[in-house]
Design a protein around this ligand. Structure first.
Ligand code: ADP
Ligand code: GN1
Ligand code: MG
Length: 362
């Protein structure tokens, strides 16, 4: 396969033993360039993830790596000794000169991780049990990082979940309509503009700042193939100070409807209450002990808000000409926006029931 990057040369910069056998593009992330590389180590194949950080989006890749190094070190210290601990935390592979990332001649920043074997990620949720396990893992992740020693983590993308700023960005691209696409998205633009008032709610609620993941979509947790456990939380570029509710909200967005994020058949997109219940129970089983009553109360609302926010971002990118998220077909970002807004509507219809459900969980 013809890869976009010379992964063999990049891999040579890391302390990886054995002979390079090959590499392929891997995963379905929208941001970084991810490769799975295989080496022959004394007769056994060993796999690694080799990743290029998208520096158009992460403007300070060294700060990203500094956060990731601190977070993985902290988590690894806590997991040490547990059965299978090297599958429970991402392990950065050191570079030949002892660093934890490699900067190439084109100023790309690269990292290598041990490949977590016997686990998988899924783009769409398949069962309530998966929703439970994923949420439990993300809740545990927040809990384990609650005592991360100072200093404060870097803000790798400032205002990442500042919904009013995301809304303002949309208003700006609508006004500019630089690629003449607003005419293709009239209904979605109307949908967004009618909901401006929800954007500020969490910011105005005086919620505690915590160390959060900020990108807790379902395919950012690896599920153990044998037990189904959410064994390892991955994609740590956006781990930074934030609100616990952003994380829960993104879980609602990606695990309560069985459809893929870019599903074109919108009749498949709807929040399923049993999925939401499993998700809330899973999350509260690990995060319940530290959440405040106000945070708990806002769990359903957070699901609606983050789904709306990501919908705004897809719409913004569509109108700007697809400059942020990777796209694989025409209208891809608009399709993604449509699923998000369909889910927002579905949540709006069920919000009272979701509120009651959360209240009933002790
Ligand atoms: P992106 O930021 O582009 O979403 P991710 O870090 O989420 O990139 O990686 C993309 C995909 O690669 C993940 O969904 C997962 O399937 C796979 N992946 C990432 N890290 C590992 C790992 N250490 N072991 C196994 N698979 C991984
Ligand atoms: C991006 O990296 P990935 O694909 O896990 C994005 C998230 C969005 C998500 C939507 C740094 O996540 O914020 O919610 O796509 N990451 C960044 O699928 O913008
Ligand atoms: Mg990812």
């Amino acid at each position: 396969m013809n890869l976009q990057h010379d992964v063999r040369t990049v891999a040579r910069q890391f302390q990886i033993y054995g002979e390079f056998l090959g590499a392929e593009s891997y995963g379905s992330g929208h941001i970084n360039d991810t490769y799975r590389a295989v080496f022959d180590q004394a007769g056994a194949p060993a796999r690694y993830i080799i990743q290029r950080i998208n520096h158009n989006i992460f403007k300070a890749p060294v700060a990203v790596m500094d956060n990731i190094r601190r977070v993985t070190t902290h988590l690894a210290a806590k997991a040490a000794g547990a059965p299978d601990f090297s599958r429970r935390v991402l392990t950065l592979v050191a570079t030949r000169d002892g660093g934890y990332f490699h900067r190439d001649e084109q100023a790309n920043h690269w990292r290598a991780y041990l490949f977590i074997e016997k686990a998988r990620t899924c783009d769409a949720v398949e069962s309530a049990e998966q929703a439970f396990k994923a949420a439990q893992a993300f809740g545990a992740f927040q809990k384990l990082l609650a005592d991360l020693p100072a200093p404060r983590l870097h803000d790798t993308i400032p205002d990442f979940h500042h919904t009013p700023k995301r809304f303002a960005a949309l208003e700006k691209v609508i006004a500019a309509d630089a690629v003449n696409r607003a005419r293709l998205a009239r209904a979605e633009i109307e949908f967004a503009l009618r909901r401006k008032e929800i954007c500020r709610v969490l910011l105005d609620a005086s919620l505690p700042e915590r160390v959060t993941h900020n990108d807790t979509k379902f395919n950012n947790v690896m599920l153990d193939e044998a037990t189904g456990e959410g064994i390892c939380v991955i994609d740590l570029d956006t781990v930074m100070p934030g609100l616990a509710l952003y994380d829960f909200g993104d879980m609602v967005r990606t695990t309560t409807s069985p459809a893929k994020e870019d599903e074109r058949d919108l009749s498949k997109v709807a929040l399923q209450l049993p999925m939401f219940e499993a998700l809330a129970r899973g999350y509260l089983s690990s995060a319940g002990e530290f959440l405040t009553p106000v945070e708990k109360k806002f769990l359903p609302f957070a699901g609606k808000l983050i789904t709306f926010e990501i919908g705004l971002r897809f719409l913004t990118d569509f109108l700007a000409g697809d400059t942020y998220f990777k796209v694989h077909r025409e209208g891809h970002n608009l399709d993604r926006c449509r699923t998000q807004f369909k889910l927002v509507e579905s949540i709006e219809r069920q919000e009272t029931a979701m509120d009651k459900l959360v209240e009933s969980i002790k």
